[in-house]
Design a protein around this ligand. Structure first.
Ligand SMILES: *[C@@H]1O[C@H](CO)[C@@H](O)[C@H](O)[C@H]1NC(C)=O
Ligand SMILES: *[C@@H]1O[C@H](CO)[C@@H](O)[C@H](O)[C@H]1NC(C)=O
Ligand SMILES: *[C@@H]1O[C@H](CO)[C@@H](O)[C@H](O)[C@H]1NC(C)=O
Length: 482
């Protein structure tokens, strides 16, 4: 008898010695709904900040699609891979920079010196010139890093002629917002854990930008109506499918997304989400959506589309709740929000110069952008790659699907067409009202509450990092001070 008991007792003693000093539970499960950049970042930061929890804490990630990445996705045209969803990163997107290093990914700089024109439906109201090489002299004379990505340096001269000093005012406006945003990278020792989006934005000095329209902010910043109605409009339409009446913070982020030094990840940005999930020791459930989340007192029960039930002590929603149907028991309450649908249409073929009143396809600029006019059937058309004289791959953004008849008038040759309807980002209305990070006052969290501030890969990562810290401090009783 005693002989048998002894080993058991010893095991018990060993266990109690290994027990963490805090009240942290011995074993628990964190369930994450959504394997986009938000969900994968929550998993990453929980592991990064608390490696000691790994043996006792299981992380499950549920993804209703068959692949990881969410709104970051690639499309294959003529054997080449192009970004189909979230496509650009800013040089100050420090989480993305770190992910790239951590995951051994390669950054890719966008091609510079392409031509841009603004189309009003009948004519080009502004057009840059096509040039093949940068002129270093101009670089020194007129440095406008802000629009470097949109156009070549010579062309920033043309821009200056049209828009004048307003361009610099626009640049200052953007730099100030980007500077405030950088506070979210401060050391966790001095950076609070935020329980609400409002608190998080106020701390960085960004909240006020969500209370007014971009138009009002830019008028106050002294920008000319011409610049607002043309270039700024073109940029907010391309990045968020919306006009300058969107809220100011989303607008500022959108303008930052047209500046110099933009980059992406070779082979596709979605590799960030893939890599983070791979190295975060998670159980990944692909092709399995969550139908209901029921609070059963000390844990949640998640029922999936595959008919499975999962018990989770912590549950994280990392997908916009606006267009999916998850039943919460008891019900949760979040402000109503509409998502802006952006239709991305990829065409392999050749644009028809006649549509634009031109004589030759070669005269059509690499990026045709448009003004805010409900009659215009598309937002932008850009060349992704010139395969040869007869054939290029183009990406078209529009607010409605591009009908075949319309495509037939815009293109003289069309060999391949791929259409994607993205529920891409929120429709921004100032003043923004934010959903809670903590949906039920317990351990049910919502990463995408932050999307009403601005929706980008990086803002998702920033929100996810804060959610990971909330979970570690509220559930596991850990302050994060790496
Ligand atoms: C990026 O990684 C470095 C090195 O691990 C770290 O010191 C820095 O805080 C990280 N930056 C962010 C924004 O997390
Ligand atoms: C935001 O607006 C409020 C009210 O108008 C004002 O008191 C406050 O100083 C503003 N905050 C910032 C950071 O500009
Ligand atoms: C979830 O599944 C369990 C087991 O089948 C069931 O008892 C429970 O009622 C389901 N919950 C919901 C909200 O459907």
């Amino acid at each position: 008898m005693h002989m048998l008991l002894l080993p058991l007792l010893l095991t018990f003693l060993n266990l109690s010695q290994a027990q963490p000093p805090s009240d942290a539970p011995l074993s628990s499960t964190v369930c994450i709904i959504g394997a986009g950049i938000g969900g994968s970042s929550v998993a990453h930061f929980i592991r990064k900040y608390s490696p000691d929890l790994t043996p006792t804490t299981k992380i499950r990630v549920f993804e209703r699609n068959t692949i990881v990445g969410g709104r970051i996705a690639t499309v294959n045209v003529a054997g080449e891979t192009f970004e189909a969803g979230a496509s650009i990163l800013h040089p100050k997107n420090l989480h993305a920079v770190n992910y790239t290093k951590l995951l051994n990914l390669k950054a890719r700089e966008p091609s510079s010196g392409f031509s841009l024109a603004i189309w009003d439906g009948n004519k080009f109201v502004f057009k840059t010139i096509e040039i093949s090489s940068n002129l270093p002299l101009f670089d020194k004379l007129l440095k406008l890093p802000f629009i470097e990505n949109l156009v070549s340096l010579v062309n920033s001269g043309l821009m200056f002629v049209r828009y004048g000093f307003s361009l610099f005012k626009m640049q200052n406006f953007v730099q100030s917002a980007v500077g405030s945003f950088s506070k979210y990278y401060e050391d966790t020792g001095s950076r609070p854990i935020f329980e609400t989006v409002d608190e998080m934005l106020k701390w960085a000095g960004l909240f006020n930008l969500t209370t007014r329209t971009l138009q009002d902010e830019l008028v106050d910043a002294g920008l000319s109506p011409l610049l607002i109605n043309e270039l700024v409009t073109v940029i907010t339409r391309i990045n968020y499918g919306q006009s300058v009446y969107m809220s100011g913070l989303g607008g500022a982020v959108s303008l930052a997304g047209s500046g110099g030094g933009l980059w992406s990840i070779e082979g596709g940005n979605r590799q960030m989400a893939v890599g983070l999930i791979d190295r975060s020791d998670v159980a990944l459930h692909l092709n399995e959506g969550i139908k209901s989340v029921a609070d059963l007192g000390d844990h949640y029960e998640l029922n999936s589309t595959k008919g499975n039930n999962y018990i989770c002590e912590v549950a994280v929603v990392a997908t916009p709740l606006d267009e999916i149907n998850i039943q919460f028991i008891p019900p949760i309450s979040i402000p109503e929000r509409k998502l802006q649908h952006t239709h991305a249409t990829f065409v392999r073929g050749l644009l028809n110069p006649v549509y634009f009143g031109l004589k030759a396809t070669a005269k059509i600029p690499d990026l045709v952008a448009t003004l805010e006019d409900p009659e215009l059937p598309f937002t932008s058309i850009s060349v992704l790659k010139k395969h040869n004289e007869e054939e290029s791959t183009y990406k078209i953004f529009s607010r409605k699907p591009m009908a075949d008849t319309l495509l037939n008038s815009i293109f003289s040759v069309r060999k391949e067409t791929i259409r994607i309807d993205w529920a891409a980002y929120p429709q921004y209305h100032a003043p923004e009202i934010f959903a809670p990070f903590i949906l039920d006052g317990r351990n049910l969290y919502y990463v995408n509450a932050f999307e009403n501030a601005a929706s980008t890969m990086e803002t998702s990562a920033v929100s996810a990092e804060n959610i990971a810290r909330l979970i570690l401090s509220r559930y596991f009783g850990k302050e994060v001070n790496p």
